[in-house]
Design a binder for this molecule. Structure first.
Ligand SMILES: O=C(CO)[C@@H](O)[C@H](O)COP(=O)(O)O
Length: 258
């Protein structure tokens, strides 16, 4: 009887009045949907049709994650979506949601995204006042924890935090908008981050985000990235699913995995 009640609660409409402490932590969500695939492709729904998000998610069944850009109009000069959309999308797709919070006060909001069903929640180092506590809280709630750095932010000050994260996100454009040009000036930082992660034998994904397409993904993969966010290169393509395959093949070849 109790079991039935629980099932109804978890599959029905989310109770948005529930307080954070009311919910039990979930088991950690899987990082990848394709076991054994080293290169991860995360199409960014920022370039998708927001009125058809469930269909847009279904258009890339071969994606490992779906990248969800949460922008608040303050941390970045753009406004996108928030918790209700993430909750609905998490119910509409089996692909883990890779939520990238480009918001002020992520310490306050990040746990709610983990509870909303995100597979990973990434906060910006620059915006977080208590990054260690926030990363730990995200993990405690069953999601993977990510830390993001803008193009001009060095990676060295965060080297001691690698044990607290599952993913390090290096922005390869200034955050805020899709369709920008990949910044080659970030390549040395990708290499440096790869050295730090390998040197510490850290099991941490190295994600790049911004301007990633068939013409740039190889450079990022050669430098050591293994998770690639791509918005316009996927949702601007005639066939988004083929675009994911093409990106994966190029990155795998450049990383010596193809
Ligand atoms: O976070 C962001 C932009 O701030 C990205 O996730 C964009 O959505 C990437 O779009 P493309 O550069 O691939 O078009």
């Amino acid at each position: 009887m109790i079991y039935i009640v629980k099932l109804e609660l978890s599959s029905g409409t989310p109770d948005r009045t529930a307080r954070r402490g009311d919910r039990a932590p979930r088991p950690a969500a899987p990082l990848a949907t394709l076991p054994g695939v080293a290169i991860q492709i995360s199409p960014s729904i920022l370039s998708a049709d927001f009125a058809r998000l469930a269909d847009e998610a279904a258009a890339v069944p071969n994606a490992d994650w779906l990248h969800v850009d949460v922008m608040d109009g303050h941390f970045v000069p753009n406004l996108t979506l928030g918790l209700p959309v993430v909750e609905s999308l998490a119910r509409a797709t089996d692909t883990p949601l890779d939520c990238h919070l480009m918001i002020e006060d992520p310490d306050r909001w990040a746990p709610a995204y983990a509870e909303a069903g995100a597979g990973s929640v990434t906060v910006h180092a620059k915006a977080a006042r208590a990054p260690v506590r926030t990363l730990r809280e995200i993990r405690r709630l069953g999601a993977r924890a990510g830390l993001a750095l803008n193009p001009a932010e060095p990676v060295e000050p965060y080297a001691d935090l690698v044990g607290e994260m599952d993913m390090l996100l290096l922005m390869t454009v200034e955050p805020g908008f899709g369709g920008q040009r990949f910044l080659d000036l970030v390549l040395p930082k990708i290499r440096r981050a790869r050295e730090i992660l390998d040197g510490r034998e850290a099991s941490v994904w190295l994600q790049v985000d911004g301007g990633v397409g068939d013409d740039t993904i190889e450079r990022a993969a050669e430098a050591g990235a293994d998770v690639f966010v791509a918005g316009s290169a996927v949702y601007g393509a005639q066939d988004p699913s083929k675009a994911v395959d093409s990106l994966r093949a190029r990155a795998a070849a450049a990383a010596g995995l193809g």
